[in-house]
Design a protein around this ligand. Sequence first.
Ligand SMILES: [Zn+2]
Length: 285
Amino acid sequence: MLDEHDHDVAIELTPDSVGRKRISIYQPEQSGLIFPEIPEFKNFEEERTYRKQHLVAACRAFAMHGFDYGFAGHLTIRDPERPELYWTNPMCVHFSQVRMSNLILADHKGDVVEGKYAINRAGFVLHAAVHDEYPDVMAMCHAHTVYGTAWCATGRPLDMISQDAAAFYNSHAVIGASAGAVAVEKESGSSVAKQIGRNRGVLHQNHGLLTCSRHSIDDAAFWFIALERACKQQLLVEATGIKPETISEKTAKYSREHVGSDYIGWLHFQTLYSHIAATQPDMFE
Ligand SMILES: [Zn+2]
């Protein structure tokens, strides 16, 4: 989202060759090429299936990146027809084993209203608090990753050391409140929730990373992967003991607006989605 100070990084996008409006510099100007498109849905059923398939793929992408840690970690996406309910991964099922048939649908009280599996209580508190606080937040991700949790212990935000990190420019926060405590208390959930909704990513001190999206589970999942990667890069740079060169405020803003938008998060994720759909067809079972 552009704010009043960001006009200096705004760019005019020309329509494509058949006159369709483009929302990103990455959308081809030449029409007729194979390129991911955000689908239009005829009904809620179609949209629900799409959201669930992309939630499953997001879980499997987390498995591919080694984000599993026992039963920790949860991803949510709102139901399109009943936005007060959200789809999530079942508790104690490895991210690599999440599939269409074992997803669960839960309400804000943490009751499972569809599906056979139990829900992760900590996940419910955090996610329900965010979804309650911000009705426009569509999706959220949380996991206990190695580099994210390690960097979170420093209590420091990320430095703008790369174009990738710039996706989080002025859009990530370190939360020290309830640091390290397992987030099963309602108060812990709501203090964290306020911060999460204002940012693309949150570094919960002594705990782990969280991302949320007003766009899609694809967007939340991709920027989660990116946030973990940014934490890893920052730790690698810190380990050299050399003070890094950082990118300028204007470049960081430009990167966030044009290569770090919600749409770009969605677009990046389509690369993972098509790979997982092609190589792990049991995700659709
Ligand atoms: Zn956690």
